[in-house]
Each structure stands twice: as structure tokens, then as C-alpha cells.
Design a protein around this ligand. Structure first.
Ligand SMILES: C[S@@+](CC[C@H](N)C(=O)[O-])C[C@H]1O[C@@H](n2cnc3c(N)ncnc32)[C@H](O)[C@@H]1O
Length: 285
């Protein structure tokens, strides 16, 4: 079922969201994709009614600045960034406005030395690979623990007009954070962007939005624990997993009988690994 809102067809899920009400109540124009509201509600409700510092890159007609104030409440410090100096007009409504380009590392250095660390930064600026990547890279060190970095309109990573697909698209940069969070586990090779492994706690991928949760206190090295409960000495059946495994053992025995000394390790590498790889190919199509 769909509902109509100002001649737009909306999924009914959205109409009752607090963030969507805040959007409707903004007196100035803002254009947001309908899929974004559920994501905002899920990720940003935790900051409502709190004295947070919220930054949005991309001001345009000012509509989203008012949406954020409606949603977070009057105690939130709302900061807008835009390359267009006309955005300064929103200072008279109590917003802090900074003018500069999000693709400039120098801009970000000056920005954070002026405003200090922030709770949430949302990038709804120019949406190019470089703008999104430089913004993410420069902002992470200044996101507070418990904070969030959100990048919108990441579908541009799939658009020709934005120079994509490219090895250097934002979405490919963002995928590296999956390796970053996993690189905290002992023995896992260092990931690209490893410098962030002690800051980025989790990664969120949605339709057109990427979120990075920042919390240095949660980025510790994991270790084994036991609850010291009663044990039945149950055998871990991981090595009984497949019929192929039994076949492997039978094959090794046969090799041994004909005088070919093959260790299980070598056998797995030379015979089983290519077979498994072949079986798994269909899941990557
Ligand atoms: C999609 S609009 C923002 C819409 C607004 N957030 C809203 O929801 O109503 C994008 C804005 O990003 C700004 N912008 C584009 N390139 C930029 C850059 N390199 N640095 C800062 N802002 C930029 C544009 O001037 C424009 O106002």
C-alpha cells in the first residue's frame, strides 16, 4: 500500500516517523529521498533531546537545517557547511554556518579547530567521490565516541556522471571499513585505512547511505572468554562437516598405500581448496 503526500507517492512506513514530521514542518525547501527517513530514524533517534553538535554538509535552501532542529530539539548545536556563501543567511536563524569546500583537507582542519569535536556529521554536499572520501577521512578523528558519520547519496558511486564505476569510488572506499573493523581481531592482516581501526566501531550500509559509528572505547582487541559452565566434552564436529572431508581422508590413505606421502595440510591446499573455490563460485554471480 502506498499513500500520497503533496503529489508524491510514499511508503506508509515513512509518514509516521518523527523525522518525516520534522521534515514536513520545516518552512524551507529540502529534497530528501524517501528511503532516507527510516535510516535517519533508526540511527539518529538516540541523539534527540540531547545537547549534541550536529553538522550537515550541504545547506542549499536551508530546509534540512530546520528539519534537524525540529527533530533533535532546541538544545542541539546545528552547523551547516556549504561552498555557496549565501548559506550565511541562516546564521540569523541561530544556525552556525561555515563556507568552504568539503574536498579541501585544509578546510576541514580549520573547521574542526574552530568548532571542536562533533557528535554527528552528515554529508549531503556535492556527492563526488573526492568530496565524500576527503570528508570522511578528515572527519573521523573529530567524531566523538558514541558519534556517527553519515554519507548520503552514495548511489553516485554507480553513476557515470560522477566518473563511476571506478576503483576510487566512495563505495569502494567505504567497503574498506568492513576490513577495518575485522582487522581488530588478532591475526587478521592490517586493513587499508588501518589508522581508523581504533575509532570506527561499526559500519552500516543502506540504500544510498553509508554510516560509520565511531566509538574508541569499543574498539578493543577481542579475546577468548569462558562462562565456566558445565561441559559434556562434546566433540566439535567442524572436521566432520562434509562428505568431501571423508573422501579426502580416504584419498590420502590411498596415496599413502601407493607410497605418496601427502600431508592433510598439503592435500587441502592442493586438492580440496580448488574444489571448494569452484563450489563457491555460484554464490558470487
Ligand atoms: C543536495 S544540496 C543540499 C541539500 C540540503 N542538505 C537539503 O536537504 O535541503 C547540496 C549542497 O551542497 C553544496 N556543495 C556542493 N559542492 C560542495 C563542496 N565542494 N563543498 C561544500 N558544499 C558543496 C551545494 O552548494 C548545495 O547547496
Amino acid at each position: 500500500m502506498t499513500i500520497q503526500f503533496q503529489n508524491q507517492t510514499l511508503n506508509p512506513l515513512i509518514a509516521n516517523l518523527e523525522i518525516f514530521k520534522a521534515y514536513q514542518q520545516s518552512p524551507y525547501l529540502s529534497l530528501k529521498h524517501s528511503a532516507y527517513f527510516q535510516v535517519y530514524e533508526e540511527l539518529l533517534s538516540q541523539y534527540r533531546g540531547k545537547s549534541i553538535t550536529f553538522v550537515e554538509v550541504g545547506v542549499l535552501n536551508g530546509g534540512s537545517l530546520f528539519m534537524w532542529r525540529n527533530f533533535f530539539g532546541p538544545q542541539a548545536r546545528i552547523i551547516g557547511i556549504d561552498f555557496n556563501p549565501l548559506a550565511k543567511r541562516w546564521e540569523q536563524d541561530g544556525f552556525e554556518i561555515y563556507i568552504g569546500s568539503q574536498s579541501s583537507s585544509d578546510f576541514w582542519k580549520n573547521f574542526f579547530s574552530a568548532v571542536g569535536p562533533v557528535d554527528v556529521l552528515l554529508d549531503d554536499g556535492g556527492h563526488t567521490n573526492e568530496q565524500q572520501i576527503v570528508t570522511t577521512h578528515e572527519a573521523i578523528p573529530f567524531i566523538k565516541d558514541g558519534g556517527l558519520l553519515l554519507v548520503e547519496d552514495v548511489h553516485t558511486s554507480y553513476f557515470k556522471d560522477f566518473g563511476n564505476p571506478s576503483k576510487y569510488s566512495f563505495i569502494n572506499y567505504a567497503k574498506q571499513f568492513v576490513d577495518v573493523v575485522n582487522s581488530r581481531f588478532p591475526g587478521v592482516q592490517p586493513a587499508p585505512q588501518a589508522r581508523f581501526k581504533k575509532a570506527v566501531y561499526s559500519v552500516h550500509f543502506y540504500d544510498s547511505i553509508v554510516g560509520l559509528s565511531v566509538d574508541r572505547t569499543k574498539c578493543f582487541t577481542s579475546s577468548w572468554t569462558s562462562n565456566e559452565g558445565q561441559t559434556f566434552e562434546a566433540e566439535d564436529y567442524r572436521h566432520h562437516d562434509s562428505a568431501a572431508r571423508q573422501l579426502n581422508q580416504a584419498l590420502i590413505k590411498t596415496f599413502h598405500k601407493v607410497g605418496l606421502k601427502v600431508s592433510m595440510g598439503k592435500f587441502l591446499k592442493l586438492v580440496e581448496a580448488p574444489l571448494v573455490k569452484n563450489r563457491l563460485k555460484r554464490f558470487f554471480k
